[in-house]
Design a protein around this ligand. Structure first.
Ligand SMILES: Cc1ncc(COP(=O)(O)O)c(C=O)c1O
Length: 463
């Protein structure tokens, strides 16, 4: 879309007023228009000459302002075409990512940021930030705006919740660590899904707990088994919504029949990523005593580092009191931005879900083509496939794969006692062409392994 000089001039308003050189005022004002979405992404600006005439300024002023915006990543230019609006970090506008020599990282199951959405949320956050300047900024429960926004997120999903039931953390992992500290003692027994999220395993074992694994299979959870094991457990940790790594969603009938007697933490980090069916109801609707943890890391971006705990106020008070030994609160700007995202209901955006569906299909198709012996059921949501190889090669494959340009998370990291040696977790958060390339490389790594290759690579960090 082309934008005329007169339209730009109208949007700019009285840009000439204010301190500093004219080109800086102009570039600042144009940047704000881009961040506010008034100059939309991809829009073609008028020529420097035309805009300078309409604005009654020199061509040098406009040219310098445009150059500043290009350097900051807010404009893209190509020879003999108009400058177009972009945002910094917009990979579609950058050189193509994942060139053939670059290692493709399939060990992190986390999406890249929705650039435009995040820019708008941070613009709102910056507008609201000065309200917080009069206070000290240390808030162990989190700022009121975000506690209310998270409470509303639960209410929208059918679970009555007040802000006094919410404590803001720096991500769901932080929430889990804080709860582990107040709920668990050495030698306590923790019921876990098996497989489960690896950092939960480490969190519990470092707290010197013993783990009681209960299988999550491609048919889901077994309520009777969970109840039976739950009788000996001091704590349960479940990921009922689009489970990491299998992507399974616990059925309503299992939720209704579960009634675990021990304190139960439910990790709802993936709740907004329902791909094939409506999003599940919050777990605490069926088990009101359940402590829920959540975050925007998978639905928006892990770099926000915002999560939360939903629990009864007395438990939150214990968490709040124990918090200062590790941290004194969560950064305010990120909290304000997350409140803006939640208030505008942007955590389960149709665009995000549509893109994930396409990527899930692309990954499964590439597996069918290049690794036909691998079984990878289609998960109803989340961001990962739990792939099964015919033989127990997972750890060796993860050690060899980087030699072929791809890193993966081996199955045993998601379990205890060496289980899941036939599995790997494959996230479908990258664009389809990169997923296809990654699978081709994985197939080459598998062939190399079959020829006797041994890798030396240590396990990659994962999330
Ligand atoms: C099930 C689950 N819980 C918690 C986390 C950590 O989330 P955050 O980035 O919000 O700390 C992850 C990240 O991979 C996860 O998959």
């Amino acid at each position: 879309m082309k934008i005329s000089s007169h339209a730009v001039a109208r949007m700019l308003g009285a840009w000439q007023q204010g301190p500093g050189p004219a080109h800086q005022r102009l570039s600042d004002k144009l940047r704000l228009l881009i961040l506010d979405g008034r100059l939309s992404l991809g829009a073609a600006l008028p020529s420097e000459r035309d805009l300078a005439t309409v604005l009654g300024t020199s061509r040098t002023t406009v040219g310098t302002a445009f150059r500043t915006l290009v350097e900051g990543g807010y404009l893209a230019t190509r020879a003999r075409t108009r400058a177009t609006v972009r945002l910094p970090g917009d990979t579609a506008a950058d050189a193509p990512a994942g060139t053939d020599t670059e290692t493709i990282d399939l060990s992190f199951a986390a999406p890249s940021a929705p650039v435009e959405v995040l820019h708008a949320a941070f613009a709102t956050a910056l507008e609201q930030l000065p309200r917080h300047f009069e206070r000290h900024g240390y808030d162990r429960y989190g700022i009121a705006e975000l506690r209310e926004a998270v409470a509303r997120w639960y209410r929208r999903r059918g679970l009555p919740t007040g802000p006094d039931q919410i404590l803001i953390t720096s991500g769901a992992q932080h929430a889990l660590a804080l709860l582990t500290r107040v709920l668990l003692s050495p030698r306590d027994q923790v019921l876990i899904d098996h497989p489960t999220y690896p950092h939960a395993i480490t969190t519990f074992t470092q707290a010197r707990a013993r783990l009681l694994p209960v299988a999550v299979t491609c048919s889901g959870w077994d309520a009777e088994q969970l109840r039976a094991v739950g009788r000996s457990a001091d704590l349960a940790y479940l990921i009922p919504d689009f489970h990491n790594p299998t992507g399974m969603c616990m059925s309503t009938s299992v939720r209704e029949r579960l009634g675990l007697a021990c304190p139960t933490i439910v990790d709802e980090t993936m709740a907004d990523l329902a791909l094939d069916a409506p999003a599940p109801e919050p777990f605490a609707l069926h088990m009101p005593a359940a402590v829920s943890i959540g975050s925007v890391s998978k639905s928006i971006w892990g770099g926000l580092r915002i999560g939360w705990i939903r629990a009864r106020p007395p438990l939150l008070e214990r968490v709040e009191r124990s918090r200062p030994t590790t941290d004194l609160g969560t950064p305010v700007v990120e909290q304000l931005a997350t409140a803006a995202l939640l208030n505008e209901d942007l955590t389960g955006r149709p665009e995000t879900l549509h893109r994930l569906r396409g990527r899930r299909d692309a990954l499964r198709q590439a597996l069918a083509e290049h690794l036909p012996d691998v079984h990878a059921p289609r998960p109803p949501g989340g961001i990962t496939l739990w792939a099964t190889f015919p033989g127990p090669i997972s750890s060796r494959l993860a050690a060899v794969a980087p030699d072929h340009g791809v890193t993966i998370a081996a199955g045993p990291r998601f379990g205890i006692g060496g289980a899941f040696e036939r599995n790997i977790r494959l996230p479908y958060t990258l664009p389809p062409d990169q997923l296809a390339r990654a699978v081709r490389r994985l197939a080459r790594a598998e062939q190399a392994l079959a020829r006797g290759a041994t890798g030396t690579h240590v396990p990659a960090p994962i999330a």
